[in-house]
Design a protein around this ligand. Structure first.
Ligand code: FES
Length: 117
């Protein structure tokens, strides 16, 4: 069974190592897909503090650390967890079918201000 549009295939699941994120361009958006213990998540690949690729930062548990100034974002929810960023990143729905990863190109949860909430 294939995944219906508008989902976009981005990679084979085997191509994204555990506790890593990989950057993709999905219908013009910069999106990072992460493998957390075999579950796949997609968030914006742009830090909400300044224009930095989050997928270049280390993953610690369920958090990605921005490689520029160190803000942490919770990958499953997109919530920012430490300054200097104060805005969440958007999250996107991910489906895995036949060993392939598909991402919905529209945000499931839009970026927003939640720091401290
Ligand atoms: S650019 Fe990410 S915390 Fe500053």
């Amino acid at each position: 069974m294939s995944v219906p549009e508008p989902y976009v295939r981005v990679a084979a699941a085997a191509d994204i190592p555990e506790s890593k994120g990989m950057p993709f361009e999905v219908t013009g958006r910069r999106i990072a897909v992460y493998n957390l213990k075999g579950a796949f998540y997609a968030i914006d690949d742009v830090c909400t503090h300044e224009d930095t690729s989050l997928s270049a930062g280390p993953v610690m548990g369920e958090m990605v650390v921005c490689p520029r100034h160190g803000s942490r974002f919770h990958i499953p929810t997109g919530r920012v967890r430490s300054l200097p960023a104060i805005l969440n990143v958007a999250t996107y729905d991910v489906r895995v079918e036949g060993g392939e990863i598909y991402v919905h190109p529209e945000p499931r949860v839009h970026a927003g201000r939640i720091h401290g909430a």
